[in-house]
Each structure stands twice: as C-alpha cells, then as structure tokens.
Design a protein around this ligand. Structure first.
Ligand SMILES: NC(=O)c1ccc[n+]([C@@H]2O[C@H](COP(=O)([O-])OP(=O)(O)OC[C@H]3O[C@@H](n4cnc5c(N)ncnc54)[C@H](O)[C@@H]3O)[C@@H](O)[C@H]2O)c1
Length: 460
C-alpha cells in the first residue's frame, strides 16, 4: 500500500479518547471510512444508541451526523483488523495494581493483547498508531511484538499521544494547539508519519503538526500532564498558606497569572485534580525515573501527587472542624461528582475521596451531579454508610447542614441560593471547593462561607 492513501481507519477502544477522536476524523475526512471497536459490547451498543456513553459538548451532533455514513461502532473482529490501512490503539492503560511496579507503573496488558491481535489478523504494511498514553519505549516493545510473527509481516508503529481535555474534547480536537507524531527512524517510519500527518493536515495547520522521534513523542505526553498537574499542586500548596495567614489565593492567582512568563491558566486553587490521566501519568513518569536510577527526579514528581492527596484531606478536615468537630448524622449535600464540568467522567474524582472521608465520619451524604450520577452510583456501590443520590439539586440541599461544591458546573453558579439557604438546617455552611461562588454574596444570604484558600466568612 502506498502510505499516501489511507482509506480505512480502525480504532481499538471506544472510550473517552477513541470515540471523540474518531468522530472528528470522520467529520473532517468524509472519504475515509472510520470504524471504532471495543471488546465491551455494551459500550458499542451505547455508541449506536441515542444515549452515547461519553458526554462531551458537541459530540452527540457530530456522531449522529456521521454514524452509518463513514463512522461505525462495532464489536472487535478479525475481519475489521484485516481490512484496516491504519489502526489506532486507544485502549486503557491504567496504573498497574499487581506485581512489579504495582501502584505506579502503567498496566500495558490491554495494549499487548491488542498488539497480538493485530499481528495475527492485520495485513502487512498496516500503520499502527499508539494513541493511548504509555511509558517511554512502549512503541519499541510493541514493535518487537508486531514483528515476532512467522509470516514476516511488517508494520510501522507511530506514537500519536492525545492532548484533548475532557469537557472540551471536540473543541480541542477541531483546533488543537499541536498534533504530535513520533515515527521510527528510516524511510518506512517517515512515510508512515507523513501518512498520519496528512490525515491531520486536512484541518490542522501544517505548522501545528509536529513530527519527532518516537521516544520524544511518548515522553512529551507524560511531561505535559506532569507540568499541568504540577501547576495545580503548586497553587493548592499556596491555598494552604493563604488559609493559615488570611491571604486570598484568588488574588494571588490573578496577580501572578498576569506575569506573561507564568500565564493565567491552571492557576485555580481547588479541592484537587482528578481524572484518569494526571495521577496515573505522573506515577508512571516517577516510576520510569526510578527504573533509570533517578530517585531525586522520581521523588520530585511524586510530590505533585502527594500534595493533591494532602489538599483533599485538608478540605475534609476543614469541613468537619467548622461544623463543631462532628458531621455524624448531619446531611452534607455534595454538588458535583464528575472530576470536572461538562463530562460524566468520575475516574479519580476528588468527590470520591471526599465522600469516603465524610462517610468515615458517619455523615449523611447526598450527591447531586447533572451528568455523572450513574457513574457516582457505580463508583460508590460497595461503600457502607448513609448515602443517597438526588437528581433535583434543591431537594439534595433540603435539610442539609452543609452544601459542598466539588465540581464547577455552570448551573451551580445559577442556582437560587436564597431558596437553598432557607430550606437548610441552621447554621448553614457552604464549602466552596472550586472557588465558584461569590463569597460576599453567599455570606450576605446567611451562609457561613468557607472557600479554599481564603479566610472564612462566618456568622457564628
Ligand atoms: N481520558 C482522557 O482525557 C485522555 C486524554 C489523553 C490520553 N488518554 C489516554 O488514552 C487512553 C484511553 O483512555 P480513555 O479515557 O479513552 O479510556 P477508556 O477506558 O474510556 O477506553 C478504553 C476502551 O478500550 C477498550 N479496550 C481494551 N482493550 C481493547 C482491545 N484489545 N480491543 C478493543 N477495545 C479494547 C476498553 O473496553 C475501553 O472501553 C489511555 O491510555 C489514556 O491514558 C486519555
């Protein structure tokens, strides 16, 4: 096959990355037939239904516009592997929970299984695109597996990490800051890199499509997430100083963010970062450092995760202390369970840690979220304690001793807080874990307002 004409794209993994990424390729390249497969039949059924398994603004319209035309969701099969020109591997790569590197290294068993399937069924010459976030040198290891067959099949392996952020996935995919493609050395590798670059160049300006070597590309993804998370942990560490001294972290964020060398993004203090990637990728980076004997570097990055854990702990401690050192039997209304707004993803959400800690304190926990209630129920199914789920936000807050903002959904800014306040137990507390509400306004309504990284506005 000439690498120039990619006509059939297959994606293994119909998750938060595979689904939206392939929808955008299908939208932008009507002449390419895009098929997304998964081992999970229920997930495929959901992608083919009216209610998609992933919530992202703009995704519904895009999928419904291309589905059945050049975008298909199917259960994985050998025929589909055999007919693809290019195979994206977008399977999950969670933190390994067993054996060597448990709790830190990436678990690549899904990736390896996918590679073995590819070797068995795909045709020689197929371009394999590593979309999952993986440790450095994974492409090399995968390449060895792919070339271990007896039939002499040849594959080119590219690294093409995904930088989309959940909640803005479609926007990010349509207008990425950059697309990174790492290719293996040699003519074949280069041609494969160009073939993928040509797909992206249909809608991404050429100067934003970067071609690098495979290892730089793989490492760039881990480093990008480590830097982003580090900024969050840095400002969160400052929020602790602010609470101790009476300074206000929002004012500090504004002041330092106006320094053009620092910039304003990712400087919002809060209850901590969540999501499936930051923690896993930093632990993975730290583990890689250790395996290369770089223990100081490993400890440096590890501390970003430690600070995040500390922040969640601190937040709950403040909630309990403010309510006269006990929340036992007191209704606590948690607003938001998704790890960020505009997604139903609850993986590693700080809300999960906060809920567990409040249940340990024997609180009565009620959870509201506009999109993530089903996932919350699933995540908490094995927890003991008084826990309920309420789709009506006003009912969730009725009779509560405290309202706790954990996700900065836009709708939480627009609630009738006077109505909420009047239906609560008194004294009523409002813990703003996302610095999402106007402190003075809330205090004026009657709440005892405690925001992360700012002094307390109390009536008692
Ligand atoms: N979620 C994000 O925001 C994000 C952003 C950038 C990169 N990533 C990376 O992308 C990868 C995928 O993440 P995700 O959030 O989409 O995960 P996900 O768990 O939502 O989806 C992965 C899917 O792959 C399927 N799968 C596993 N093995 C398979 C196989 N052999 N064939 C077909 N399907 C298979 C699983 O059933 C699952 O549905 C991870 O490596 C992640 O680190 C995620």
């Amino acid at each position: 096959m000439s690498h120039k004409d990619v006509k059939e794209i297959l994606c293994l993994g119909a998750g938060y990355v595979g689904g939206p990424t392939m929808a955008v390729i299908a939208e932008k390249c009507h002449d390419i037939n895009v098929t997304v497969v998964d081992l999970n039949e229920d997930r495929i059924k959901a992608w083919n239904s009216d209610s998609l398994p992933v919530y992202e603004p703009g995704l519904d319209e895009m999928v419904k516009g291309r589905r059945g035309k050049n975008l298909h969701f199917k259960v994985a099969s050998s025929e589909l592997l055999a007919s693809a020109d290019m195979i994206f591997v977008s399977v999950n790569t969670p933190t390994k929970m067993y054996g060597q590197g448990a709790g830190r290294a990436a678990d690549l068993r899904f990736w390896e299984l996918a590679a073995r399937d590819i070797l068995k069924h795909a045709k020689s010459g197929t371009i394999i695109v590593e979309k999952s976030t993986v440790p450095v040198k994974t492409a090399e290891a995968i390449s060895r597996i792919l070339h271990s067959g007896t039939e002499g099949k040849q594959f080119s392996v590219l690294s093409n990490p995904e930088f989309l952020a959940e909640g803005t996935a479609i926007k990010d995919l349509l207008n990425p800051d950059r697309v990174l493609i790492g290719n293996e050395p040699g003519e074949e590798g280069k041609a494969a890199g160009e073939a993928l670059a040509n797909v992206y160049r249909r809608w991404v300006p050429t100067d934003r499509v970067l071609l690098t070597n495979v290892w730089s590309s793989e490492l760039s993804k881990l480093v990008a997430n480590a830097f982003l998370a580090q900024r969050v942990s840095s400002i969160n560490s400052v929020s602790a100083i602010c609470e101790a001294t009476g300074a206000d972290v929002s004012e500090i964020s504004r002041a330092i963010g106006m320094d053009s060398r620092i910039g304003p993004k990712f400087l919002q203090a809060g209850v901590g970062f969540g999501g499936s990637c930051f923690k896993k990728d930093i632990l993975n980076l730290s583990y890689i450092c250790e395996t290369f004997g770089l223990s100081e570097v490993a400890a440096y990055w590890r501390s970003v995760v430690d600070m995040n854990d500390y922040q969640m702990e601190r937040f709950v401690k403040r909630i309990v202390e403010a309510q006269f050192n006990t929340v036992a039997g007191k209704k606590q209304a948690l607003l938001g369970f998704a790890f960020k707004p505009d997604t139903n993803d609850t993986r590693e959400t700080p809300a999960l840690t906060v809920t567990r800690k409040l249940l340990e304190e024997k609180a009565k926990v009620v959870i509201h979220d506009p999109e993530a209630l089903e996932n919350a129920k699933w995540d908490l199914k094995d927890e003991q304690g008084d826990i309920s789920y309420e789709p009506d936000v006003y009912k969730a807050c009725e009779g509560a001793h405290s309202v706790i903002i954990l996700t900065h959904w836009q709708e939480y800014r627009e609630l009738d807080y006077e109505r909420i306040f009047s239906a609560m137990e008194k004294p009523a507390f409002l813990f703003d874990g996302r610095l999402w509400l106007n402190p003075e306004k809330m205090h004026k309504i009657g709440f005892n307002y405690l925001g992360i990284g700012s002094s307390e506005l109390m009536h008692i």
